[in-house]
Design a protein. Structure first.
Length: 159
């Protein structure tokens, strides 16, 4: 096949060989630019902007956590209502969907929230601390849409 192409190419006149060579070179340039260079640059730009967004989101979350951890809980008496009721009502007011297991120890509540915005969640947990309900354990996992999935265990302060 290559021999056929060589035979065809050398059978062309000088003018036709120049035109075919220029057309081949232009084809190579167009394929390099539009097939390789521009898609690679676009992918790098998208990766860079995604990284910038992730770094900014992480910075906001870390700043919120740092601000929340610096606040000392005041000596507020524990909530008069049961912890389960206070947490459930507070979550409903803030728009969180709580998923709770059936059994929890007295004076504590376990829950899971599938999608929550980190700043709103941390503000709600700070409000609960001001009511005498404290975090025993918490696990936050980031989701693809910028929200977080939360598994937490809260306990009521001792009177």
């Amino acid at each position: 096949m290559i021999d056929n192409l060589k035979t065809w190419y050398f059978a062309l006149s000088n003018r036709e060989r120049v035109l075919v060579s220029v057309a081949g070179a232009l084809t190579v340039v167009v394929v390099l630019i539009f097939g390789i260079l521009l898609p690679a640059m676009s992918a790098l730009e998208q990766a860079e902007s995604g990284l910038d967004e992730a770094v900014q989101r992480r910075g906001r979350i870390e700043a919120t956590v740092a601000a929340a951890s610096l606040q000392k809980p005041s000596a507020v008496p524990p909530a008069q209502a049961g912890i389960d009721l206070v947490v459930t009502q507070g979550a409903a007011e803030k728009g969180f969907d709580l998923l709770k297991p059936a059994n929890s120890a007295p004076g504590q509540v376990d829950f899971r929230i599938e999608q929550a915005r980190a700043p709103a969640l941390l503000a709600w947990l700070s409000e609960l601390e001001s009511q005498g309900i404290f975090i025993s354990s918490i696990t936050m996992r980031s989701a693809t849409n910028g929200s977080v999935t939360v598994e937490a265990q809260l306990r009521q302060a001792d009177p």
